[in-house]
Design a protein around this ligand. Structure first.
Ligand code: SIN
Length: 305
C-alpha cells in the first residue's frame, strides 16, 4: 500500500489534490456529482468583504490547451458565504476547507480573513494577492515584494489559522515575492495564479474578452508553473502549493518533485468535473509505476540547493 498523505501547515491531507479556487464553487455543486470527501481539501471561490457582480461578459475565451477568464471575483460577499454557503458545505464535506480571500485594500483583506478565520470548517486562509482581473486590488498587491509583505503581515497579526499567500506569475522574480511573504510571516505560498493573456476576434477585430485581457490557465501553462514552483521552493522553507495546468496524477508527482507539498487543480475541473476524482484514483497506480512508496518523501527532490 502506498502512502498518499501529506502535511499542509500542520493539517494532514489524505492526498495532495486540491481543487483550485474559482473552479469548484463552494463545493456543494460538485458534491452532487461525487463524494468530495475524497479530496485532500478544496479552495473555495475567492470571497471579498462586499458582494461582487463580477466583470462584464464575455468573460471567457477559449485557447489552444487552455482558456482565458476575466470573472472579476464574482461572489456573494463574506457574510452570505458564512451564513449560507458554509452551512450547506458542512452537509456534504467533513474536512477542513481552504478559504480563498480577495480584497481591494489591506483593511479589506484583514476584515474578510478575520471573519473566515472564525469559522470552524476553515482550515487555512489562502490570501489571493494575484487576481489579474480587477483594478485597485488583487494583483497590484502581488507584484511588489513590499506590498505582498504588507498584506501578509497585516493578516497574520489578526488570525489564528495558517495563512497561505497566492502569488502572481506576472512578475519578473516570483521567488523574491515568495521570500518577502515568508519573511512577513506567511505559513505557506501557493502559485501560480493565471498569466495575463488576450485574444482578438478576427471577424469583429475586437478583443474577445469584454475587459480586453484576462488570466490564461490550462494545460499549456504547466511547464511555466512547474518552473516557478521550483524557483520559489528553492528560496523558501515554508510549504509551497503548486498550481497551473495540472491535469493528471503524473503532473501532481512532477509538481511535488519540483517542491510542492500539495497541488491545486484548476482549469481541468472546468473541462471535466470529475478531473480531481480521477487524478486521486490514479495516484496509487502511478506512484507504484515510478516506485514511490510515500508522496511525502519526494517533495522537493528537484529543488536546487
Ligand atoms: C477572477 O475571479 O477573476 C479569477 C480569480 C483570480 O484569478 O484570482
Amino acid at each position: 500500500m502506498v502512502d498518499t498523505t501529506v502535511d499542509l501547515c500542520g493539517i494532514t491531507l489524505d492526498n495532495p489534490v486540491i481543487p483550485a479556487s474559482g473552479t469548484f464553487g463552494y463545493g456543494y455543486e460538485f458534491a452532487q456529482l461525487y463524494d468530495i470527501n475524497i479530496l485532500g481539501t478544496f479552495s473555495f471561490k475567492g470571497t471579498t468583504k462586499e458582494p461582487r457582480f463580477g466583470n462584464p461578459t464575455p468573460r471567457i475565451a477559449e485557447c489552444t490547451a487552455g482558456m482565458i477568464n476575466s470573472v472579476g471575483l464574482q461572489n456573494p460577499g463574506v457574510e452570505k458565504v458564512i451564513a449560507e454557503e458554509l452551512p450547506r458545505l458542512k452537509s456534504c464535506f467533513s474536512k477542513k476547507v481552504m478559504a480563498n480571500v480577495g480584497g481591494f485594500s489591506v483593511d479589506e483583506y484583514v476584515y474578510t480573513a478575520q471573519r473566515l478565520d472564525e469559522c470552524d470548517c476553515v482550515g487555512w486562509l489562502e490570501i489571493n494577492i494575484s487576481c489579474p482581473n480587477v483594478h485597485g486590488g488583487g494583483m497590484s498587491f502581488g507584484t511588489s515584494p513590499s506590498a505582498a509583505a504588507q498584506v501578509t503581515e497585516a493578516v497574520k497579526k489578526r488570525v489564528r489559522k495558517p495563512v497561505i499567500i497566492k502569488l502572481s506569475p506576472n512578475v519578473t522574480d516570483i521567488a523574491a515575492i515568495a521570500e518577502a511573504c515568508e519573511a512577513a510571516g506567511a505559513d505557506g505560498i501557493s502559485l501560480i495564479n493565471t498569466l495575463l493573456g488576450m485574444r482578438i476576434d478576427l471577424r469583429t477585430r475586437k478583443p474577445v474578452i469584454a475587459n480586453r485581457k484576462g488570466g490564461f490557465s490550462g494545460e499549456a501553462i504547466f511547464p511555466i508553473a512547474l518552473r516557478m514552483v521550483n524557483d520559489a521552493a528553492s528560496r523558501v522553507k515554508i510549504p509551497v502549493i503548486g498550481i497551473g495546468g495540472v491535469a493528471s496524477a503524473e503532473n501532481v508527482i512532477e509538481m511535488m518533485l519540483a517542491g510542492a507539498t500539495a497541488v491545486e487543480v484548476g482549469a481541468a475541473n472546468l473541462v471535466d468535473p470529475f478531473a480531481c476524482r480521477d487524478i486521486i484514483n490514479a495516484l496509487p497506480t502511478v506512484m507504484q509505476k515510478y516506485r514511490i512508496q510515500s508522496l511525502k518523501e519526494i517533495i522537493g527532490e528537484c529543488v536546487n540547493g
